[in-house]
Design a protein. Structure first.
Length: 256
């Protein structure tokens, strides 16, 4: 979450279009239309079919790969952990596919990230460290993974100070907090934070109420659409997940 998968897919789509490919982009909220794909397969144009968070369409993706002609290529994205659990289900021929783990950062990327943290005083108590020590911390403690760097950043005193006042409000607003935590966990697991899913998991209809949409904490942390919520920041989602999951887990169990 928050490592730039969507941005990379969009950039790839632009590059491939400029190279002469037709592009069909299915994002997390898209559904696969069999009629559109049938028309796609009848054409002989070079085509790139991009599917974001392919796990949500796993059965359809398997079927599409089996049927696709040589002129159609696939680009699939997923969180690493979810992908590793489901990769075998795709039943791909190894010689025809490749995997790219974008979560791993190069030494130069770690240096740029470290400099960015220093510029915005995000290192907290580690701010006095030298440049090389900071880079080694990102390599060794965060395994050069952007998601781990994000988690480490969330734990920094500066980020805690920035968000603590906002999330302190949830301590006295259990209904809002339950929605926040549930949505954060769903997001971390690459699931959509849909109203019906959250309502079922929390055993509450609160998320459908106008009161939820009007809450200041909701407005500050989430974008609320007609049937789902989306965090405005991956850092906010991680902060809520890390700091409030344990606090409310027993209450979730009691209400289940």
């Amino acid at each position: 979450m928050g490592n730039g998968k969507t941005f990379l897919l969009q950039q790839t789509a632009i590059e491939m279009k400029n190279s002469g490919y037709k592009i069909l982009f299915l994002n997390s909220e898209s559904s696969i239309n069999p009629l559109d794909l049938q028309q796609l397969y009848l054409k002989k144009d070079k085509t790139l079919l991009i599917i974001e968070n392919y796990i949500r369409h796993l059965d359809d993706v398997k079927s599409l790969i089996l049927q696709c002609p040589d002129n159609v290529k696939f680009l699939l994205s997923s969180r690493s952990v979810i992908h590793e659990l489901n990769y075998d289900k795709l039943e791909l021929q190894e010689e025809n596919d490749s995997e790219i783990y974008i979560d791993k950062l190069t030494h130069e990327e770690l240096r740029e990230l470290s400099d960015l943290f220093s510029l915005y005083k995000a290192w907290g108590q580690r701010d006095s460290w030298g440049p090389e020590r900071k880079i080694q911390h990102l390599k060794n403690q965060c395994n050069s993974e952007f998601s781990s760097v994000l988690l480490d950043l969330v734990k920094s005193p500066d980020i805690q100070r920035r968000y603590i006042k906002l999330f302190e409000a949830f301590r006295n607003k259990n209904d809002v907090a339950r929605v926040l935590i549930t949505a954060a966990i769903l997001t971390a697991l690459s699931f959509e934070a849909r109203f019906d899913t959250i309502s079922e998991l929390t055993s509450s209809e609160y998320i459908y109420s106008n009161s939820f949409k009007r809450e200041l904490e909701t407005i500050q942390t989430m974008t609320v659409s007609s049937d789902r919520v989306i965090f405005n920041s991956a850092v906010i989602a991680k902060f809520g997940e890390l700091n409030y999951e344990r606090q409310f887990s027993k209450r979730f169990e009691l209400s289940a």
